[in-house]
Design a protein around this ligand. Structure first.
Ligand code: GDG
Length: 751
């Protein structure tokens, strides 16, 4: 297993594949702002990694290194690209997060794939991150990843940055699965946005949709079961560009020559107006073209004097809305050129392709006016690149108010692009600016862009993440008796021998999953006869107290185990205790247990009603009523609806400050008395004056026992999953062997 100190997780790896003449693949780094920023932070860590898709469906290249970074490709097959990337990311989330400029489309199969792909990214990140490492997840395609990583690796520090806007709660509420998305993001320690407004929208959503407590920029995510509550910070971290790299290009003689050549190629117009965008409906390209067309039509702009260059980089061409946009844009450009272009020269020079960085810089240097008219844009780097490309302090920037950049670039000509008249007036104003006016504005704009570059952005985010995170200790590695081939099994064997020699002991165990394998039908449960027999025999010894501790109601536990009265039965997570053998002091237990009163009964009735409503909406879900608790069972719910039912129960749980809510395997239990298996076992150990105890459990509810283990106690986790227990065995067969071995040791010891 690799163990990197810093792991970047983004939809795309920062490389593109290039096929060499001999058919082999070569990886070429794609020089984006994010890559530059990450290269700069990677220089400060010993070992950095990037997890992302490499760009070709179906392939699974081996991990490789580039520019001192380990790259871990994540496989996506063609169907997944269609559903996760083109579907849920770009046809659902993208339009919804950009003020529903086009209608978001939603399909449940897209969501399923989004979930599955997010899980794949999370697993890879969790696998390559070293103990206590920092993981930085990027963008809307991976919003579920922070929570998924945290579940596997609570020791990591997790940051998330959203490159696109976060919508107001009124719009965000339309998103089906909105709460899962919010909870996914809240798995991070720090959630970064482009603008303060985006952070505020996110905080409002956490407050209004999840009911979480929000104070300033911090959200408190309540703990459930044994998990403690955590604070998550949300704030604004406006992204920027590699300003120094852009400035350096403007000094390059060849780039300067290209800028001059461009003007010549366009017929030496007095003014060049430039737009550079991915061909995306959020960028306001249609509005810009309309305004330019009208200016020509009104006769206030002479096509002999001014040329409009629009670079529209191909983007998401398999998504319907993008195909339609391309058709419309190209139709409009054709019309305007047909109506106004002088012979041999365009009125609009439309470029539907990508240019290299040097050509882009030459374009910026040649342009007298840059038009950024997005209807909604997280930041807009083109605006910043234009400014960084003008060390000559010439040029004018028309900038939409609806970009993140507008919060910082106050000296631009700010415009509401929906108002075509205002847009036309702003273009005319930019065309008419004197050199002094240009110099004044550009000086102020450049100060902003050069002082806040992308390297500073990344460092600031990571520094704040360092402060925000309060990760758990690295996951402890526990013992597996079932594997039987290492020192861990021996360690358990030694502890078990010591335990067998202890004068007074308590032997306790969970029931489902430990003594009986888990089955779909709870009533059809089949306990292991060998384990029950060994436990019964152990209980014949007056110095041994044996107990079964279960979430099941006492009567149910009794029915399925049929134990003699020498074995103590504890049901409902400790809220119900059965008949006691004479060796157990009933007074001690009574003092520890809690009983029902009128208020608690009223609360229980209301919980039962609400859980029944949830069960009705999720066919197959069942509500079990216990004397002090109600339980929603989701084992019988089919397919996608099962996590939804659990989700609904947990949402409801967060509204009940007085309930003890215990999520387990396909169950959520709501108790109106404050008990846990841990408290019950504690009380029982005191009541039977045990010198040490052994406890076997497989579920999260058993963790409340494990965390109480003292030096002489034996906490044994059954099966996989994180645990506070020091030892682990594989399954119910291994449990039988362990209990039988204890019985033999005790007997051999003459006890
Ligand atoms: C998202 C958010 C946020 C464009 N054509 C060519 C080319 N480009 C480069 C530009 C610029 C980048 O692409 C576009 O960045 P933007 O910020 O304008 O927009 P999005 O792609 O939508 O990016 C946005 C950004 O993430 C970062 O957080 O600012 O709001 O939507 O760098 O120069 N580059 C080259 N050839 C081209 O033809 N070389």
């Amino acid at each position: 297993m690799s163990s990197h100190e810093l792991v970047i997780v983004a939809n795309r790896l920062p490389v593109d594949a290039r096929t060499l003449p001999d058919g082999a693949t070569e990886w070429v780094t794609s020089p984006g702002g994010l890559v530059t920023a990450m290269e700069s932070v990677m220089r400060h860590v010993e070992s950095g990694a990037w997890v992302g898709w490499h760009g070709s469906p179906g392939e699974q290249p081996e991990p490789f290194t580039a520019d001192g970074m380990s790259l871990y490709p994540v496989r996506l097959d063609a169907d997944e690209v269609a559903r996760y990337y083109e579907g849920f990311s770009n046809a659902t989330l993208w339009p919804l997060y950009h003020d529903v400029i086009v209608d978001p489309e939603f399909h449940r199969t897209w969501w399923d794939t989004y979930l599955a792909v997010n899980r794949r990214f999370a697993k890879e990140a969790a696998a390559v991150a070293g103990p206590g490492a920092t993981v930085w997840v990027h963008d809307y395609q991976l919003q579920l990843v922070p929570e998924m990583i945290r579940k596997d690796r609570p020791d990591l520090r997790i940051g998330f940055f959203n490159h696109i806007p976060f919508p107001p709660v009124e719009l965000f509420s339309q998103l089906p699965k909105r709460n899962q998305v919010l909870r996914g993001l809240l798995g991070a320690d720090l959630v970064g946005f482009q603008r303060e407004g985006d952070a505020q929208n996110f905080l409002a959503a956490a407050r209004q949709l999840l009911g979480y407590h929000v104070e300033g920029h911090a959200v408190t995510v309540p703990g459930i079961g044994t998990q403690p509550a955590r604070d998550v910070v949300a704030g604004a971290y406006p992204i920027s560009i590699d300003s120094a790299a852009v400035s350096a290009l403007t000094e390059d003689a060849e780039v300067r020559a290209r800028a001059r050549q461009l003007r010549e190629d366009l017929g030496q117009p007095k003014k060049i107006v430039l737009g550079v965008d991915r061909l995306d409906y959020t960028k306001g390209i249609r509005h810009r073209l309309k305004a330019w067309g009208e200016l020509l039509n009104d006769g206030v702009v002479d096509p002999q004097d001014a040329v409009f260059v629009q670079v529209a980089t191909p983007s998401r061409e398999r998504v319907d809305a993008y195909r339609q946009l391309r058709d419309e844009v190209e139709l409009t450009v054709g019309r305007i050129n047909g109506d106004f272009a002088p012979i041999g020269r365009p009125a609009i020079s439309y470029q539907h392709r990508t240019f290299d960085r040097r050509d882009m810089t030459a374009l910026y240097m040649a342009a007298d006016v840059a038009l950024v008219t997005s209807l909604r844009d997280g930041m807009n780097l083109v605006a910043k690149e234009y400014v960084a490309s003008r060390p000559d302090l010439r040029g004018a920037l028309v900038l939409s108010e609806f970009t993140g950049a507008a919060d910082e670039l106050r000296a631009a000509i700010l415009v509401n692009p929906h108002d075509i008249d205002e847009l036309k007036a702003s273009i005319l104003q930019a065309l008419a600016m004197t050199e002094d006016e240009q110099e004044l504005a550009m000086t102020s704009l450049r100060r902003q862009v050069l002082d806040h570059d992308v390297q500073a952005w990344a460092h600031e985010f990571l520094e704040d993440l360092e402060q925000a995170g309060n990760p758990a200790e690295p996951v402890s590695h526990t013992v597996t008796l079932a594997d039987g081939d290492d020192g861990d099994a021996e360690q358990l064997e030694t502890k078990l021998t010591e335990f067998a020699h202890t004068p007074r002991i308590l032997v306790a165990s969970d029931f489902d999953g430990v003594i009986a394998p888990i089955v779909a039908d709870r009533d059809a449960v089949m306990p292991d006869a060998g384990t029950l027999e060994a436990l019964t025999e152990l209980a014949e010894d007056d110095d041994v107290t044996v107990a079964l501790v279960s979430g099941r109601a006492l009567a149910d536990l009794d029915k399925h185990t049929q134990m003699p009265s020498s074995v103590v039965l504890i049901g409902s997570h400790g809220a119900e205790i059965g008949a006691l053998p004479p060796t157990v002091n009933a007074g001690v237990l009574d003092a520890a247990s809690l009983t029902m009163d009128e208020t608690r009964q009223g609360r229980l009735d209301s919980v039962i009603r609400s859980l029944k409503t949830i069960a009705l909406k999720h066919p197959g879900a069942e509500v079990e009523v216990k004397p002090t608790a109600a339980v929603l069972h989701t084992r019988g719910v089919r397919g996608r609806s099962a996590p939804d039912a659990t989700e609904a129960a947990l949402d409801y749980a967060r509204t009940l400050p007085w309930a003890t809510v215990t999520p387990g395997k396909e169950v959520v239990e709501f108790s109106v008395v404050e008990t846990s298996k841990g408290e019950a076992l504690d009380a029982l150990a005191r009541a039977c004056a045990a010198d040490a105890w052994l406890y076997l459990g497989d579920d999260v509810t058993d963790e409340s026992v494990f965390v109480r283990a003292g030096e002489h106690d034996l906490a044994v986790k059954v099966g996989d999953g994180d645990t506070a227990a020091d030892h682990r065995v594989a399954d119910t067969d291994a449990v039988r062997e362990l209990v039988q071995s204890l019985l033999e040791k005790r007997r051999a010891n003459g006890r």
